[in-house]
Design a protein around this ligand. Structure first.
Ligand SMILES: Nc1ncnc2c1ncn2[C@@H]1O[C@H](COP(=O)(O)OP(=O)(O)OP(=O)(O)O)[C@@H](O)[C@H]1O
Ligand SMILES: Nc1ncnc2c1ncn2[C@@H]1O[C@H](COP(=O)(O)OP(=O)(O)OP(=O)(O)O)[C@@H](O)[C@H]1O
Ligand SMILES: [Mg+2]
Ligand SMILES: [Mg+2]
Lengths: 256, 256
């Protein structure tokens, strides 16, 4: 039964997609069967794995709205063990379309249940908001991985996100836990970055991953080639960090 | 009659709030009467100008839902000529609450009309999405200023945003134009950044501001003190760039 991870933070640009794509690739590299679901209407995770917006005709929107079966939208990637369900532009309208639907928060959970046995991990990339798409993800997930940019505004939004996770746990999904907080885009020379990391570790203790993702220009370049960092530049500090994160997560789950 | 500017881009973390706060401060520094409206439930623009989330009890949400008059939520800032209407946490629910409302896209336009004569510029900070809050902003605005991070994923989302602006111009707001595309967080040593800037200027020509905002750590520090960059560190490259942007905009509007 797959472990389902939500990559969520309503603060924009904190590294949700970059973490979703590269952690998925890292776990696949270590032999885990992985599915990445792109639930962000921007479709960055899809193009980051080689599915450019104009090439994708069906995706997670069609499954959420029950126009298609989930098996018809599971796409292969260049990596063994990694499949992706892309986002199409229709997803922009999904939040409004789902408002009146029955059991609207459980749509994603229902469809993922059908494939959960085929994977070891399912990662879901979320948009930068706490709307119905993110609620669907938090309802379907076993745990939330929170990418946190080491900046002031990003710290501010953390409380709101934790309150939302707590509310979902009390209502829609009692088993939802925090996988961990991941410090991203860390520049060790920057006083503010170091201060944010210190505060986060002091406050959340082992709720923060030991692995820290450094700022690394290769992480920004890889998506323009439709590749994960482990394919684009496996020796880069970015690739090494995401592989270390994959190992840390596997270790926490007792998988060697 | 105020010139109403929307700071919009559904891509997250591209510098919408940083531009809203610091351009507002720059215009105020040059003697313009400025109102900054925080329409992002995250409330970053509010705290960036000294109104921390826990101190704010009423804001733009109360005005949009017609619980309060706009005059009761216009707050002073440390800068002459600059007032702010903060965001409260209720704003998170506004998108869902407005779905069934009549003329739901015109709410913001209606309330801003009442105060437009008191200001030379009104800047509206948007959340990273194309939902009802952003639609309200695009309907109320005269022009859209598009902060664009010099990165691959940010370029990808530009088409979607331009299509939305075009759709709003054909329907809800025929006078909506583009104020310009602003390249942000530019690191001149980074090949990808230089390439993105080159492509944007090639494609949009004078639709791109001459002023480019460099990556400058002081811009990330200023919000933690609740200050704009022109107060926190006026000699920084970040402050100089936002003052240059203010001058460029004033020049384009024939204001010396
Ligand atoms: N560690 C890093 N080093 C350098 N650049 C990075 C790093 N992580 C992410 N980036 C770049 O920063 C930008 C923001 O990251 P990303 O798009 O993954 O964030 P996000 O949280 O998914 O954004 P959104 O809120 O829009 O979904 C992207 O252009 C990405 O390539
Ligand atoms: N030119 C710059 N140099 C350095 N840091 C910057 C610059 N512009 C913005 N930042 C920092 O980058 C982060 C993202 O910027 P900001 O929050 O303004 O983007 P945004 O588009 O408003 O994000 P969101 O989509 O979440 O609303 C913030 O922590 C901000 O302090
Ligand atoms: Mg993303
Ligand atoms: Mg913002």
């Amino acid at each position: 039964m797959a472990h389902i991870l939500a990559l969520s933070n309503q603060k924009g640009g904190v590294g949700k997609t970059t973490t979703a794509v590269n952690l998925a690739a890292g776990l696949a590299r270590y032999g885990q069967r992985v599915l990445l679901v792109d639930l962000d209407p921007q479709g960055n995770a899809s193009s980051g794995l080689g599915y450019a917006r104009e090439d994708v005709t069906m995706g997670i929107y069609d499954v959420l709205m029950e126009f298609r079966d989930i098996d018809s939208v599971r796409m292969p990637t260049a990596l063994d063990n990694l499949e992706v369900i892309p986002a199409t532009v229709d997803l922009v309208g999904a939040e409004l379309e789902l408002v009146g639907a029955e059991r609207r928060e459980y749509r994603l959970k229902k469809v993922l249940n059908r494939v959960a046995d085929d994977y070891d991990f399912i990662l879901i990339d979320c948009p930068p908001s706490l709307g119905l798409l993110t609620l669907n993800t938090l309802t379907a997930a076993n745990a939330v991985l929170i990418p946190l940019q080491a900046e002031y505004y990003a710290m501010e939004g953390l409380g709101e996100l934790l309150r939302t996770i707590h509310a979902v746990r009390k209502g829609l999904n009692p088993e939802l836990v925090r996988e961990g907080i991941l410090v991203t885009m860390m520049d060790g020379r920057n006083k503010l970055c170091r201060e944010v990391e210190r505060q986060v570790r002091h406050h959340f203790k082992e709720g923060v991953f030991e692995t820290v993702i450094p700022r690394n220009v290769r992480l920004g370049e890889a998506p323009s080639y439709g590749k994960s960092i482990v394919e684009y530049d496996p020796r880069s500090t970015g690739a090494q960090a995401y592989l270390a994160l994959a190992r840390e997560i596997l270790q926490r789950h007792g998988i060697s």
